[in-house]
Design a protein around this ligand. Sequence first.
Ligand code: SAM
Length: 212
Amino acid sequence: MAKPKTRNWIQNHVKDPHVKKSKSEGYRSRASYKLLQIDEKDKLLRLGMTVVDLGAAPGGWSQVASRAVGKKGLVLAVDLLPFKSIPGVRAIKGDIADDRVVKRLQGLMDMKRADLIMSDMAPNLAGIGDIDGPKIMDLANLTMVVCEKVLKKEGFLVVKLFHHEEVHGFVRRLRTVFNTLKIRKPASSRASSSEFYVVAKGYKGCVRCCYE
Ligand code: SAM
């Protein structure tokens, strides 16, 4: 269950220019601007792509992706929480750690592979390193499992991480399975948040997986 927001958080949220902008531009969350700003730099989204959105609720990134991939593309969105449907987006409610959810995802993709995996998944952080580290790493590792199962060779990944000592090893591991890696902190990501994004391109494939 999500942690209750503090009064300070609510006051900052109400004043946030990206919150106001998202309302006027029809996006469900200010998070949309993080993806838009990353995409402006890294050119991830293209017409006709198949995109998997992990940690999709309430749907801001899925909205951006579905507009970008158009009618010939497909966006598959997974979250623990339900959210209102978005045209062109197929949603799965469930935990990405659950094998059945990954199988469902593969089924909806007709066993084809994705061009791009995006993960904006976030755990409830306690602000205590020993507690947060394993939760951050769990989600990061789960994202890699999804890459192994559904990402195309040469595919792209954008994944949210949080500064923590264990994360450095994960980024080093990513460097071995992708051709290029960029670290991004989009302007719309709050400076007070320890989140940042890794944009990886050119998936080399998983040695344990069978590519056709
Ligand atoms: N990208 C979203 C948007 O643009 O609206 C915001 C995502 S929000 C920051 C993080 C989401 O990750 C939450 O909705 C949470 O339920 C989801 N999440 C966390 N752990 C998850 C898991 N194991 N499986 C699926 N979703 C998860």
